[in-house]
Design a protein around this ligand. Structure first.
Ligand code: SAM
Length: 297
């Protein structure tokens, strides 16, 4: 069950779209004075070294955040959401270097406001990653603002909704290593919308040739429509890697596309992604199979 380790994939293109949208959503939500709670049901280890053993093994960040940062000569020419994303990531690194990649818990914590009593609730079930996460969070001295539970995030979320603050963002970002994750995500959203209809729900999903994966965004649309809630669905495909030069081993395709489904999105999100997604295709795309989609209702 536990072979997935996010460290292999930190800073790859799925993290780029996921964290860009997470930041854009949070920026909007923290404009209101009332306390915000963020629940991250699948938190990962929180911080990753891009030059470390895991990330170095597949080099996935090289086709993601590293490619982005190095190909964008003029940050001012980037869409505001891309610029904001790169600036947040740069804030974890010494100037001119990109060695540390923050996962969703650290990105979120950086944007939350202690003075507004914002809270972050993290679930991570992997024994090694939850230990690493707890250790990383302890360094922040964030006190009661952040809590880490080594529990099943799908189950933990149920017990948590509706949150005391009545304003919440729920990030659901499983590895989908187990086929049942797809059905669990849909069930989790269905249940969440019943318990707490005004929450902002953010689901990351892989785009892979598998019936469950194909069905998930359709199921989420149906659930949001039935509940009468607005939604936004954004996808980014970078396409398969180029053919290796003769004599060198061909890289496997890996994951070439992924999506983010948001229920109750901020009204600013669509315009932000309309500007960012074509630039992402241009900067990260590998030719054949590259593209993006953006729909909302
Ligand atoms: N959200 C993180 C980020 O953006 O930086 C990445 C999360 S990674 C894609 C998925 C994580 O979920 C893995 O670290 C895995 O160990 C953990 N996990 C798998 N099943 C889980 C479950 N049922 N509850 C909580 N965590 C789980």
């Amino acid at each position: 069950m536990f072979s997935y380790r996010h460290a292999f994939h930190a800073g790859a293109h799925p993290d780029v779209i996921k964290h860009t949208m997470l930041i854009a959503i949070l920026r909007h939500l923290i404009q209101k004075d009332t306390a915000l709670t963020v629940v991250d049901t699948h938190a990962g280890a929180g911080l990753y070294r891009l030059d470390g053993d895991y990330a170095g093994t597949s080099g996935e960040a090289a086709d993601g955040v590293i490619k982005l940062a190095s190909s964008l000569e003029d940050l001012d020419a980037a869409a505001p959401a891309i610029r904001d994303y790169l600036e947040v990531i740069a804030g974890f690194n010494t100037p001119g270097q990109l060695k540390i990649y923050p996962g969703s818990p650290f990105i979120t914590q950086r944007l939350l406001r202690p003075e507004a009593r914002d809270k972050l609730k993290l679930f991570e079930m992997h024994p090694t990653d939850s230990k690493a996460l707890a250790g990383n969070i302890a360094q922040l001295e964030a006190g009661r603002q952040v809590s880490v539970a080594r529990e099943d995030g799908f189950e933990g979320l149920k017990a948590f909704l509706p949150p005391p603050s009545r304003r919440a963002l729920v990030l659901i970002d499983p590895s989908y290593e187990i086929k049942s994750d797809y059905a669990k995500v849909a069930a989790c959203i269905q249940d969440g919308l019943k318990r707490f209809a005004t929450g902002v729900y953010v689901v990351w999903y892989p785009i892979v040739p598998r019936a469950e994966a194909h069905d998930l965004p359709r199921r989420l649309k149906t659930l949001a429509n039935k509940a009468g809630k607005p939604w936004l669905n954004a996808t980014l495909a970078i396409g398969p890697p180029a053919a290796a030069p003769a004599g060198l081993p061909q890289r496997g395709p890996g994951l070439t596309a992924s999506g983010m489904f948001v229920i109750n999105p901020p009204h600013t999100l669509k315009a932000a992604m309309q500007a960012a997604l074509p630039q992402y295709v241009e900067l990260l795309g590998r030719g054949r199979g590259q593209g993006h989609t953006l729909e909302s209702a």
